[in-house]
Design a protein around this ligand. Sequence first.
Ligand code: PLP
Length: 361
Amino acid sequence: MTYTSGRILGSMCTSSHPLARRVYCDFLESNLGDPGLFRGTRELESGVIGMLGELLSEPDAAGHIITGGTEANLMAMRAARNMAGAEKPEIIVPKSAHFSFRKAADILGLRLREAELDQDYRVDVESVRKLISENTVAVVGVAGTTELGRIDPVEELSEICLDEDIHLHIDAAFGGFIIPFLRETGAELPEFDFKLQGVSSITVDPHKMGLAPIPSGCILFRDASYLDAMSIETPYLTEKQQSTIVGTRTGASAAATWAIMKHMGREGYRKLALRVMGVTRRLRDGLVELDYQLVVEPELNIVAFNHPAMGPHELADRLEELGWAVSVSSCPPAIRVVLMPHIMEEHIELLLRDLEGIRLR
Ligand code: PLP
């Protein structure tokens, strides 16, 4: 499968920009695990952290470019655990959280407590409140859930975490590169970033809506003390302390991400955000015309829907037979289409034609 075919409908990755690919290749040998040898690459990494910090309302944020959302969430949970020093550490995540938190809990020895969702598939704040105990080291909110693109009530989570002095981590792996730009164009989407004083860390993935080549994830902390809380001495390298999980790690991701962010600028990402939301609306309207049932009104560029009579797995099989790669969400079960930049309006017209054929059969 290729992204450019427009047939990949269920992925959060997309075709990377040709400029980013070229830069990536130029930096293949650079190693950010030993940054004294690759000072320019380290500067590019700091440049990306600075640009993302500014975008997310904390220009002095500290962090790293790593492999993606999974590693970023793992680092955030590790920092929260180390800073809290609880004897039996627990984390509270929404039921809609990405499965990477299960991995983090397993690796870090954390008990995972799952908070309920409200009827709009956002985390239920009262359920979070009830799960808080003296062992809670982190609460997680999601800005752009993997299955439905929902944005949790981060403002309320921030208030709770400030009151209780608990680390609030926001998983904006998907939403981080679209919500701020849609807000800049006037969309009424909730606050989710460091402007809210309770937010301690944010995951944002340039390899999703940022157009950077895989792998490029970013973990941002409000300040460098969170990195210090997990730093390990590295006696024989050019830096004396290391906070990342991986040792030797490519600098190509940082360089390519820097290049694409400079190239696009906020204006470029704003235009992209508006374009994908236009395609999202076209799919939404076409589905309603064909009497397919929407799970929720799309807030971001994800549409989840069901056939009125056929189960989602059967519908997914039918679509696969017609050459579409779709995915099925679990909560609730539905066909889930992520309108990534590689999906153009003409692809959606073809998809709607096939969905009409399935309805008429
Ligand atoms: N967090 C969210 C909200 C995601 O949607 C994803 C992936 O889709 C991840 C984390 C994990 O990202 P990755 O697959 O880049 O590790």
